[in-house]
Design a protein around this ligand. Sequence first.
Ligand SMILES: [Zn+2]
Length: 72
Amino acid sequence: MSEGLKWLQCPVCKETIYWKVPSDVLKDVDRFPTPIVIKHNDHYLVCYVDSHYQLADTEVASAYIEAQAKET
Ligand SMILES: [Zn+2]
């Protein structure tokens, strides 16, 4: 198994998901745990990783919508 590759059982469809920790992005993050959104089929998982890139928590999101904050 290559470095940074993680797996989890999808809480929605119970399939095993292999995913790669985006460590090149995470190295610029200074607050942990930080959420990572994974699209799986028609649902989304929000995985929180800690500063050691370990999975801290998983949430299910049936939809993922990006909203733009209004510039003040
Ligand atoms: Zn799934």
